[in-house]
Design a protein around this ligand. Structure first.
Ligand code: UT7
Length: 332
């Protein structure tokens, strides 16, 4: 009998309407459109506006798109894994909130936090439940409302991040399509370079932590950049080698959208031409867990059954990894 793979059978995505442009950032801090574009490739990012709105509100829209496309009822979904670094609340899990808002009343699920690598980590976890035969329909969400942890007085981080997210449906496939391989890594010693100082159990929120602006993303950009360039490229090269993939037979690289220079370095290492690399960082910035599913959503119509697709990510933790997918359907 053919091995069961977890195939992506539908993709949904959503970005909020509000566009925070480089021109607007110029009015908020000491920066320029030229600096941001040259150093990161970003022109604008989306921001979720509105009182009481969180990551789940973005995810809900993405999941609805996906269910609609696949023509299935929310009650058919058995499991939801939500990769996020900006959950609606500390608890309960945002996955629960999404299930409730969409009416996925038969599903169980939970959140997974691996910063910018969260989506590929969650994809690997979700795939296990399909491969073992435990479930037939699993949704994996990657979503973040990064604006909720941005200090818009810090020009070194706030220019990079944006809000958005996407979701994929996993179903069993016995014809050799789906998620074929993954390499996932963590190195906790990297946490010093990229983290949120307060709000966790080590340093719960106090008036002081708020006054000291410790509930925002703290990043030492240059250090993170160096690790990201090396590790994302290494892991993408490793997954190609062990699966007999070449620049010719890879159809697409789906890279985490943190910085266009990191994306270019990864593509170069894989010897891939620019037209095989999904890039939308100029319009959305870095949506953390949202970047990879947002790319798949935007490129879905161009994907063909049998396409070899390599996903690669690097993020806080440090976490990083790469996933090889043999695409299961022709995009409409
Ligand atoms: O997704 C999670 C993983 N995160 C990443 O992968 C991010 C990795 N890091 C990066 O993408 C880059 O390090 C940044 C985009 C964050 C920063 O770019 P950089 O080329 O590493 O700049 P830098 O930090 O070395 O700063 C160079 C100069 C500094 O000025 P001096 O000291 O040379 O006078 C900064 O103060 O640029 C200055 N600078 C800015 N200038 C204008 C920093 N931010 C800005 C800004 N506008 N927004």
């Amino acid at each position: 009998m053919q091995k069961v793979h977890a195939a992506i059978t539908a993709v949904g995505g959503y970005v909020p309407e509000y566009r925070l442009t480089n021109a607007e950032l110029e009015t908020m801090m000491d920066t320029t459109d030229e600096w941001i574009q040259t150093r990161t490739g970003i022109k604008e990012r989306r921001i979720l506006k509105g009182e009481g709105k969180g990551a789940s509100d973005i995810a809900v829209e993405a999941v609805k798109v996906l269910l609609d496309k696949r023509g299935i009822d929310p009650t058919e979904i058995e499991m939801v894994i939500c990769a996020t670094t900006t959950p609606d609340m500390q608890f309960p899990a945002t996955a629960n909130v999404i299930c409730d808002k969409v009416g996925m009343t038969k599903a169980w699920g939970y959140d997974l936090n691996a910063a910018c690598s969260g989506f590929i980590f969650a994809l690997t976890v979700g795939a296990q439940f399909i491969e073992t035969g435990r479930h037939k329909k699993v949704i994996v969400v990657g979503v973040d409302k990064m604006s909720s942890i941005m200090n818009y007085e810090d020009r070194t981080t706030s220019i990079i991040f944006g809000d958005g997210g996407g979701a994929v449906l996993l179903e069993p496939d016995t014809e050799g399509y789906g998620i074929i391989d993954s390499i996932l890594r963590t190195d906790g010693s990297g946490r010093v370079f990229l983290h949120q100082k307060a709000g966790g159990s080590v340093k719960p929120a106090t008036v002081e932590t708020v006054m000291n602006k410790e509930h925002y993303v703290y990043q030492e950009g240059q250090a993170v950049f160096k690790f990201a360039v090396k590790n994302m490229a290494d892991v993408a090269a490793e997954i190609m080698e062990r699966n007999g993939l070449t620049a010719e037979n890879v159809a697409w690289l789906v890279p985490h959208q943190a910085n266009k220079r990191i994306i270019n370095a990864t593509a170069e290492r894989m010897q891939l031409p620019a037209d095989k690399v999904m890039i939308n960082i100029e319009r959305y910035g870095n949506t953390t867990n949202g970047t990879l599913p947002l790319c798949l959503w935007e490129w879905e119509s161009r994907l063909r059954k049998g396409d070899n697709i390599v996903l690669a990510a690097f993020g806080g933790g440090f976490t990083w990894g790469s996933t090889y997918i043999r695409w299961a359907y022709d995009g409409a």
